[in-house]
Design a protein around this ligand. Structure first.
Ligand SMILES: Cc1cc2nc3c(=O)[nH]c(=O)nc-3n(C[C@H](O)[C@H](O)[C@H](O)COP(=O)(O)O)c2cc1C
Length: 363
C-alpha cells in the first residue's frame, strides 16, 4: 500500500501538503486569569507545523463555556492577540491551523464559572462525569437548563468566537460537536429533555447544531468551517450511543453535505462497541456514503491503518492526537519509519513547558 497519508490533499477549501492532521488536544497551559494562550503555545504549535493541518486544543467561546482549568479562550481582544502570535508563527513555518470552538455545557463546575451553574440543554447531571479543576477531577453538578434566550445567546457566542478566530488569523474553525459537550448534549435524549423547538424530535435536537453552523457561516465562508462529531461514543462524558442517537446522526450527516464545510471530522468509538447492536464500529466506512465532502477520521490510528482508511476510500484525512504529543515531527517520522516516542500522561494537562514543548524532533 502506498503512503497515502504523505500525499498532497486538495479540495475547494483546503490545500494540504500531507494528510496527517493534528487532532485537537486540551493541554491546560493557559494558566492566567484572562485565559490568554501564552508564548509557550506559540512554540508548541510551531514545533508541529509540518502537520497537514493543525487543530488547536478545545478553546472556550465564552466565560460560561469553561469547564476545564487553564484552557485558553477565543472571545476577548487579549486572547485574539495571543492567538495571533500562534497563527503568525505557524504560518511563517509553512503550516495551517484551525481553532477548535468549545462549549462544555454541563461538564463544568461553579468554581470555574464564578459561582454560576453550568448551562446545558436540560437540568440533567452527567452522571459520574467530572470537570477538571485544581489539577484534578471534581464531579459536575446538576446544570441549569438554558432558557430560550440563553440558547440563542450560546449560538451567538459561537458566532462571536468564530469572528475572533478570523481576526486572530486562523485558517478556519472546527466546531466541537463531539464527546458529550454542549452541541452533543443537545443531540442526545440523555442530556436533552427540552419541550421547545430544541428538544423532543430528532429534527429539534439537531436544530442547535444547524443554527450554530448558520451563525458561524455569517462570519466565515463555509470552506473555513469544520465540525467534529462522535457518532458512536459508548459511555463518554455521560452520553452513550442509543438507537435514537444513532438515528439522529443518520438524519443529520447527509444534511451536512449541503454546508460545503472544510471537513467533517469523525471520531471512531474510544471503547469497543461489539456488544452494542446499534453502534457503528467503523464510523468512516458507515458515514462515507452519506456525506459529500472532505472527511477526516480519528482515534487510535497509526501510519498503517491511516494509509488503509484512505486507500479504502473511507476518509480523505486522518488526525492523530496522542502521537503528536511526544512526536512534534510526526510527519517526518512516518516518512522515515522512525520509532515513535511515548508521551508522558502525567504532563498532559500540567502547566509549564515540561511534557509540552520539551519533546525533541528526531532529526
Ligand atoms: C491530552 C488530550 C486532550 C484532548 N483534548 C481534546 C479536545 O480539546 N478536543 C477534542 O475534540 N478532543 C480532545 N481529545 C481527543 C483527541 O482529539 C483524540 O480524539 C484522541 O486522543 C484519540 O485520538 P488518538 O488515538 O490519535 O490519540 C484529547 C485527547 C487527549 C489525549
Amino acid at each position: 500500500m502506498s503512503d497515502l497519508l504523505l500525499t498532497h490533499f486538495q479540495s475547494a477549501a483546503l490545500d494540504l501538503p500531507n494528510r496527517v492532521c493534528m487532532a485537537p488536544m486540551t493541554r491546560g497551559r493557559a494558566d492566567n486569569p484572562g485565559h490568554v494562550p501564552p508564548e509557550l503555545e506559540v512554540e508548541y504549535y510551531t514545533q508541529r507545523a509540518t502537520a497537514g493541518l493543525l487543530i488547536t486544543e478545545g478553546t472556550h467561546i465564552s466565560p460560561r463555556a469553561n469547564g476545564w482549568e487553564n484552557v485558553p479562550g477565543i472571545y476577548t481582544p487579549e486572547q485574539v492577540a495571543g492567538w495571533r502570535k500562534v497563527t503568525d508563527s505557524v504560518h511563517k513555518a509553512g503550516g495551517r491551523i484551525f481553532c477548535q470552538l468549545w462549549h462544555q455545557g454541563r461538564i463544568s463546575h461553579p468554581d470555574l464559572l464564578g459561582g454560576e451553574l453550568p448551562l446545558a440543554p436540560s437540568a440533567m447531571t452527567a452522571k459520574g462525569v467530572n470537570a477538571y479543576l485544581r489539577g484534578g477531577y471534581v464531579p459536575s453538578p446538576v446544570p441549569q437548563a438554558a432558557s430560550l434566550d440563553e440558547v440563542h445567546g450560546m449560538i451567538g457566542e459561537f458566532r462571536h468566537a468564530a469572528k475572533c478566530a478570523a481576526e486572530a488569523g486562523f485558517d478556519g474553525v472546527e466546531i466541537h460537536g463531539a464527546n458529550g459537550y454542549l452541541v452533543n448534549q443537545f443531540l442526545s435524549g440523555q442530556s436533552n429533555q427540552r419541550t421547545d423547538e430544541y428538544g423532543g424530535t430528532i429534527e429539534n435536537k439537531a436544530r442547535f447544531l444547524f443554527e450554530v453552523l448558520d451563525a458561524v457561516g455569517e462570519v466565515l465562508p463555509a470552506g473555513r468551517i469544520a465540525l467534529r462529531l462522535s457518532p458512536s461514543m459508548n459511555d463518554m462524558q455521560g452520553i452513550t450511543i442509543d438507537p435514537e442517537l444513532n438515528a439522529t446522526f443518520d438524519y443529520l450527516v447527509p444534511k451536512l453535505s449541503r454546508y460545503g464545510l472544510a471537513y467533517l471530522h469523525f471520531l471512531n468509538p474510544m471503547k469497543p462497541v461489539d456488544d452494542v447492536p446499534w453502534a457503528v464500529a467503523d464510523v468512516a466506512k458507515h458515514y462515507r456514503p452519506m456525506y459529500e465532502g472532505t472527511l477526516m477520521i480519528n482515534s487510535g490510528f497509526n501510519f498503517e491503518s491511516g494509509n488503509k482508511v484512505i486507500a479504502d476510500g473511507f476518509a480523505d484525512l486522518v488526525s492523530f492526537g496522542r502521537p503528536f504529543i511526544a512526536n512534534p515531527d510526526l510527519v517526518s517520522r512516518f516518512r522515515s519509519g522512525k520509532k515513535l516516542a511515548e508521551g508522558d500522561k502525567e504532563t498532559f494537562y500540567t502547566p509549564g513547558a515540561e511534557g509540552y514543548t520539551t519533546y525533541p524532533s528526531a532529526s
